[in-house]
Design a binder for this molecule. Structure first.
Ligand SMILES: C[C@@](CO)(OP(=O)(O)O)[C@H](O)COP(=O)(O)OP(=O)(O)OC[C@H]1O[C@@H](n2ccc(N)nc2=O)[C@H](O)[C@@H]1O
Ligand SMILES: Nc1ncnc2c1ncn2[C@@H]1O[C@H](COP(=O)(O)OP(=O)(O)O)[C@@H](O)[C@H]1O
Length: 314
């Protein structure tokens, strides 16, 4: 379905699942592979802010979206994920899906990848396919390098093109994320002649206590930042403002969004209030387990309540 004017979420006996944003707290490019892809080291953190995908059983496979400019054609990652799942399992069932888009497309917060992961896990549930997370993550990688981390739902250290994941425990973190309002093409950043591609690989400390975590972040950086700043002046302005106001300003992924870590919710909200006029930003908190996985667990518990306690048992 390509009608972007339909603003009606699915109703009836359906369910809705979150598609959270991610930040790359650091992003080091350690090399370039023979196939042109880049080897990375990155620290993914999942946030409590994102899109929402609504599901309803239906004979046809359709998608609508409340975003006026995001195409809901065959290229949309939600429909690509649904078709991939059907092809991989032979399932012939359909679904009526509606995407409530809050994350900026091409913003480096992984919106499209997260939508794809939520589609994979949501349809696996709706169609009762019972695929495990390993199988879904393998399928997800075919849609994009960032999909597996959303499928697995844990903050993670990633290597390779982002598919070699190691779950990490992080302290609770608060961020102000500024959206400079430009869509950055990942391929354009990786194709730039001035991109630094040879940051020495580091070894993740065995345990990420508060001090080692701070050292890791302080010694880390985002190799894509210099190129994005040069190509997209709004990214440069966002980083300058965040650095001046909060320190520790950094870009996420290949851009465009930039963030600063704040001491808590109040500090993040206070900084948001000082945002220059006409700028867009959101406050977000890190999550230990993805809101997608939390919501799926709640859904399963409602549909398959455990055995009730028998008060008469002796
Ligand atoms: C680098 C990251 C960090 O999170 O940037 P963001 O996209 O989130 O900003 C991601 O891993 C991106 O993943 P994703 O957005 O899924 O990228 P893909 O669709 O797989 O790749 C888009 C294009 O970028 C280039 N590419 C991508 C990933 C990579 N490790 N090396 C590359 O050279 C390739 O030219 C590829 O065709
Ligand atoms: N559901 C979707 N949400 C956002 N973008 C999508 C979606 N489906 C396909 N895309 C395409 O994927 C591109 C990258 O989207 P996104 O994942 O939001 O960027 P990033 O990886 O920078 O966070 C967009 O520019 C858009 O063309």
């Amino acid at each position: 379905m390509t009608d972007t004017t339909v603003h009606r979420p699915a109703t009836g006996a359906g369910f809705a699942l979150p598609a959270p944003a991610k930040l790359n707290l650091l992003l080091h490019i350690t090399g370039r592979r023979a196939d042109g892809y880049h080897d990375l080291q990155t620290l993914f953190v999942l946030l409590d802010h994102g899109d929402t995908l609504h599901f309803q059983a239906d004979p046809a496979l359709t998608l609508t979206c409340d975003h006026p400019h995001l195409p809901v054609d065959d290229d949309n990652l939600v429909l690509r994920a649904a078709r991939l799942l059907r092809d991989a399992t032979g399932c012939q069932r359909g679904a009526r899906m509606h995407l409530q888009k809050r994350l900026p497309a091409g913003g480096g917060v992984g919106g499209g990848s997260s939508d794809a992961a939520t589609a994979l896990l949501g349809l696996n549930h709706l169609w009762q396919l019972n695929l495990g997370l390993d199988q879904l993550a393998t399928l997800g990688l075919r849609l994009g390098a960032d999909v597996p981390v959303f499928v697995r739902g844990r903050n993670a250290w990633a290597e390779g093109v982002g598919e070699r994941l190691q779950a990490v425990d992080l302290p609770p973190l608060w961020f102000l994320v500024v959206d400079p309002g430009v869509a950055v093409s990942t391929a354009r950043i990786f194709g730039d002649g001035e991109l630094t591609r040879h940051t020495p690989a580091i070894t993740l400390p065995a345990s990420l206590g508060a001090a080692t975590f701070e050292a890791l972040l302080n010694n880390g950086h985002n190799d894509c930042e210099a190129v994005a700043r040069r190509l997209f002046p709004p990214v440069d302005q966002a980083l300058e403002w965040l650095q001046r106001e909060a320190g520790n300003a950094r870009m996420t992924g290949t851009g465009a969004c930039c963030f600063a870590r704040l001491a808590g919710a109040q500090a993040a909200r206070d900084l948001k209030r000082r945002l220059p006029e006409n700028w867009t930003a959101f406050v977000a908190r890190s999550t230990e387990l993805s809101p997608l996985h939390e919501a799926l667990a709640t859904l399963r518990a409602k549909q398959h309540p455990g055995p009730a306690f028998n008060d008469n048992a002796t």
